[in-house]
Design a protein. Sequence first.
Lengths: 373, 652
Amino acid sequence: MTQKVIKVKDNDVIGSTNEFFRQLLSSGKIQALLVPQNTPSKKVAFPVLISDPKKLHADIIAPILPASTAAMVSKMTKVQPPAKPIGVVMRSCQIRALIELVKLNQANLINIVIIGVDCPGTFPLNTYAEFPEKKTPTHFLLEAWVKKSDDAEKYFRSVCRMCKDPIPTNADIILGFYGTDFEKEIIVEAHSDVGKEILKDLPLEDEKEGKSREKAVKEIRDEKTKKRALFLKEKEGIKGIDKVAEFFDKCVNCHNCRQACPICYCKECLFDSSVFDAEAYKFLRRAEVKGLFKMPNDALLFQLGRMNHMILSCVECGLCEQACPNNIPLMEVFIPAAENAQKEFDYHPGKDRTEKVPMIVYREDEFLEVGEK
Amino acid sequence: MRRIGVFVCHCGINIAQTVDIEALSEYASHLNGVVVAKHYKYMCSDVGATLIKDTIKEFKLDGVVIASCSPRMHEQTFRRVANDGGVNPYRVEISNIREQCSWAHSNKEQATEKAKYLVRSAVSKALSLEPLKTSTLKVIPEALVIGGGIAGIQTALDLANDGFKVHLVEREPSIGGHMAQLDKTFPTLDCSSCILTPKMMEVANHKNIELLSYSEVASLEGSIGNYTVKIRKKPRYVDVDKCTGCGDCASACRLKDRLISEFNQGMGKRGAAYMPFPQAVPLKYVIDDKKCLFLTKGKCGDEPLCKKACAAGAVNFDQKEEIVERKVGAIIVATGYDIMDPTAVYEYGYDQSPDVITTLELERLISSSGPTKGEILRPSNQQKPKSVTFILCVGSRDETQCTWCCRIGCMTALKQVYLLREKLGDDVEINVCYNDVRSFGKGYEEFYRKVRGLHTNMFRGQPSEVRTMKENLKIDIFDTMTNKLFEIQTDLVVLVPAMMPRVDAIEFARLLHLTLSGDGFFLEAHPKLRPVDTFVNGIFIAGCCQAPKDIQDTVAQASAAASRAATILSQEELEIDPLIAMVDEDVCTGCGICVEVCPYEARTLNERKRIAEVNDALCAGCGGCIAACPSNASIHKNFTKKQLLNMVDDIM
C-alpha cells in the first residue's frame, strides 16, 4: 500500500478533492470519471460520467446515495468493458455490491479503477433534497464531522447508522477522511498495482504518520458494528408468517425495491412475468379456501421471493428501503435475514471476488439436520 | 378450446376398493376442458389401450389424462398409446391416484375426494402441456469397459463377440483382477487360473478388443451414444512391442526379491522390474517407477542392469505418460472392490502377529504358483501349522465397520477349509468361528455339509480377542450353540475381511457423475428392475463395484451390463427425451449460476450472446438449473413454473 495526502487549501475539502480528480483526468491515465456531482438544481447529487476536467464540480462527500453506483458500473461494463481505464468513485456498500455483480457475471472490472471514499453516512434522498438546515447537506455534514458532534446522526438513513463497514475495501485507490484532519489533509491510499501506477505521477505529498488512520478506522468500524449488533438484538422479534405479513402490510407490489436493489440483476423479475397471472376462477377458488383473499395477491410472495433470491448477496446498502413509496422499514427485516442467511453459508458478500456465491458451492456437510446424515 | 379425455384406471381393486371410480369419472367429465371421462379395470392392458385410442379418435382429443399408478410405472406405455391414437405423447399427464391416494388411505369417501383434487390438478396441467418432439443423436458403436477383473473381461468379451469395438482399460499392469489371485473357486473347486486364463488370452487376441493396461480414465465428456474419454497411459518403461516376456530384466534387477509383491498380497517378493504373475495379460514386464533405483534416484550402479540384460532392447527409461482419446457410445464400469484392512478390527491382532493373515493371503499360500509353491507354512517360522482357525465376518455385518454382508466370506472360508484338509491331512485341527453360515447359492449348502463332515470345529460366535503368544495364538470365543466359553490355541489365524468399495470410489464417481449408495458402492438405477443401469444414461455397472458378490453373480451381471450396452450400441441413432431444460434468451442475464449448478455439464455460457445454453444430449432433465435460476430464464419443458402453479391452484 502506498499512502499519500492531498493538501487541502483554505479548508476547502470538496474543492481540493476536485483538484485531485482534475489532475487525475488530465494525467491521461483514466479517460473518464464516474463521480457524484450535484444536479443544476442542487437538490440531488447523482453520479455523472465526466471526461472533460473543466466540467468537473463533483461532491464526493454529498451525503446521498440516490441510486446504486454498482448497478451503473454494471450497465457500463457488462456488454463490453471500456478499452481504457475509467475511474469510479464509490462508497463501500456500492463496492461490495459491485463485487457481487462481478461474481454474477453482471459487471466487468477490466479497466475499471475503483476509487473508494470513506463514508460517514448518507441522508434519505428527500431529506437531502429539502434539507431543513441553513447550510448545504455537505457543509452541514463536514462541520459535524470536524466537530465530532452527533448533529448529522439524526438525518442519516438508519442503515447508515449501523453500516456494515464504512471503510472501502477492494478499492484500487481510497480517499480517506477518518484519522486525518481533513480540513488540512485528505489521505490517498493505493491498494493495488493499478492504483499505485495512477498515483505515481500525481503531485501528492507523502503521508508522514499512518497510525492515526489505522486507529480511527478501527474506532468507526467498532462503533458501527456495535450499533448493528444492538439493532440485530432488537429486531429479533420479526419471526413467523403472521409477523412477516404484518410487516409487509403496506406493500403495494410496486417493485420499486427490486428496481433500486443492486443485487436484483434479473432482466425480467419472475414477479413481473406472466407466471402469476391466472384465470378468474382460480382467484375465486383461493378466496373460497379461506373465505377471503388479500389483494394484490402476490405482494408478500414477491417480498419473500425477492429476499430468497438476493439475501445471500445483500450488502445492506438500504436502497430498497429508500425506494419504498410507503416507507416500509425494509432493512429491519433484510439486515437480520442477511445476517442469518450469510452466517449459515459462512458467506461474506462483497468481501472477496474469488469467494463463490453459495448457490454454486456444494458442501456435503451442509444442513445435515434437513437431509441425510 | 382444448379437448381433454380423462381415463380412470381401477388397477383391479388396487384403486377401485378405496376410490369411487364412477364418482371420480363423473366428476372429471365436468372439469374445464374435459370432453370425455372413461374408466376401465386395467388401463395398461391391450383392451385399455384400445379404449384410449378409440376414444381419442371418437372425441378428437388433443390431450389425455390417465388417473392410475405412478408415472414411473406406465408413463411410457401411455405416451405410446396416445401417440398411436394421434395425440402428441407429451400431451399425456398421469395423475397418480394409486401410490399417492388409494394405497395411502382407507376411508373411501375422503380418498375419493382427494382423487378428485389430484385429477383436477392433472387436467389443469394437461391443458397447458406443449406438444414436444424428440430429437436424435448418432451412436458411436464402440464401448469403454473400465476395469479388467472378471466382470470387465466378461463384459468386454460379450460385447466384442457381439461385433462391437471395445476399449478395455485396466489400471494394473495386467488384467485378471482379484480372481487371478485365487487358487480354486467355490463350490465346484474349479482351478481359478484354469478358467480365467483362457478368457484373458481371448481378450488379448480378440480383434474387437483394444486392451489399455496400466491405464486410467482421466476425464469423461459427452453423453449416451457419444462419449469422449481421455485415458492416461502410465509409462511401463518397457516397450510392449519389443518385450518378449522372457524375464531377463526381472532376473537382472538389483532389487530382485526385495520388494513386496502386491499380487501375492505381501506373502511373496518381486523386483522393480517385474511381471505381476506368470499368466499376466499382456505378458509384458513393467518397471515400478516408485521403487526402481534408476527412476527414483537417477542412478542404478554404473548402468541399469535390466536395460543391459534385455536382448530385445525393450527397456526404455524415456517413456512418458501419455493421454489418448477414445470415442464411445456406452461405458461399463467394473472397477471391483477393496478388501478391508483388518488392522481396523485391532482386537484380532492382524498387525501384531505375522501368523494372523487374511483369506486372500492364505489363497496365495495355497496356490501352487504362489510364493510357497502351494505349501501351507506359518509366516512366522515357515513351519506347517498344526492348527488353523478361521474368523468370519471381520468388519462385515458390523455397525462400527461395514454394515453389509460380504456374501463370499462364508463360502471362501469353507472352500479354504476343504483345501487345507486336502493339503495338511486329517491331523491338523481346523476351527471356524462364524456368526451364521450363509450358503445361499446353487450347490453352496451341499458344499457346506461336505466341509462340516471334514472334522471341522464350528464355533458360533465372534471371538473377543486374538492374543499373540510366544509360540502360538490364543482365541477366546463364547460359543452360542453350547453356551460355553472356549479358549482355542492355534498356529495360524485366517481372518475373513469385509469387502469394501474402492478407496477412490468417490473421486471416480465424480469423474463419471455416478451416484454412490450409502455404503459407498456405486448405486444402480433401480435395485430390482434396472440393476446394472446407473442414473447416467449410457453408463452401466457390473461386479463388485456395485455391491459385494461372488464370481457367479459377477459374471451374470457382467453379461447383463454388456447386453444393456449392446441395446444402445446396436442402434444407429438414439432419441433424446424432450423433457429437458431450455433457456429463454430474452430473460437470461448470463449470470452462469446454472452452468455451475448443472451436474451433467449440460450448460455452457455463450459469452458473445451473454446467455446460458443447454446441450440437449447431456441434459438429464433433473431441474437443478430451474431451481437455481432467479428469473424465469431456465425453463423445464412441460414443467414450467406456470404449469406447476396451475397444478397447485387446482389442488387447493
